[in-house]
Design a protein around this ligand. Structure first.
Ligand code: C5P
Length: 220
């Protein structure tokens, strides 16, 4: 099995670039952020506070999270229901960032992620894929870009989906999430020792796709 780990901060272009590269190479693209988002969504939907670790942990046994693939597109099911679209809101982003700092939440999602890579050739993106989930990945990439560029990309994505957001708020959220993700005690966001660091500031989408495809081909 081939496993490519792509980690990096929010908005670095991981998901769009990784999805395209996976399609080119014929691998399955697994977006692990969607799993944490699903827990964040379930917590908000259940009327609980995502900062309340006890409430979050108590909710976990009632949740069944599954991944499905339709024409190569990942879908995430929460108790049998497709929540893929509902997890893409700023509120769910922030809730995901909160719950992902809780060790029981990370444990809850751990084997689902590992099993995907045991049964398929994957490009998996997240925060701790190269360091924790797939330490054996043949290629590890840490994809980053400046916070302003990442916020601009995320802002344009949300506006394109018809969401009413302000750039300043997206940038603020991005910085808050960066801080949460890199300062937490469990699985903090950091490059694996053997990761290649790729900064995509100033790159077009196509340039980043090309760069990563070549890098992966060279290293396999
Ligand atoms: O990648 P995305 O922005 O969708 O991830 C949402 C949140 O889930 C991140 O801010 C991060 O806190 C968390 N996450 C994580 N580990 C992963 C993927 C995402 O902690 N492997």
């Amino acid at each position: 099995m081939i496993a490519i780990a792509i980690d990096g901060p929010a908005g670095a272009g991981k998901s769009s670039v990784a999805r395209k590269v996976a399609a080119k190479l014929g691998y399955i693209y697994v977006d692990t952020g969607a799993l944490y988002r699903t827990i964040g969504y379930a917590v908000l939907h259940g009327g609980k506070d995502p900062k309340d670790a006890e409430a979050v942990v108590n909710l976990l046994p009632s949740l069944k999270v599954e991944l499905a693939f339709a024409e190569g597109e990942q879908q995430v099911l929460l108790n049998g229901e497709n929540v893929s679209d509902r997890i893409r809101t700023p509120e769910v982003s922030m809730a995901a960032s909160e719950v992902s700092a809780m060790p029981p939440v990370r444990e809850f999602l751990f084997s689902l992620q590992q099993n995907m890579a045991k049964t398929h050739d994957v490009i998996m993106d997240g925060r701790d894929i190269g360091t924790k989930v797939l330490p054996w990945a043949q290629v590890k990439i840490f994809l980053t870009a400046s916070p302003e560029e990442r916020a601009r990309r995320r802002y344009e994505e949300l506006v394109a989906k018809g969401q009413d957001v302000r750039y300043e708020d997206v940038l603020e959220d991005m910085k808050q999430r960066d801080y949460n993700d890199s300062h937490r005690a469990v699985a903090p966001l950091k490059p694996a020792e053997d990761a290649v660091i790729v900064d995509t500031t100033g790159n077009t989408f196509e340039q980043s796709v090309e760069l990563l495809t070549n890098l992966i081909k060279e290293r396999l």
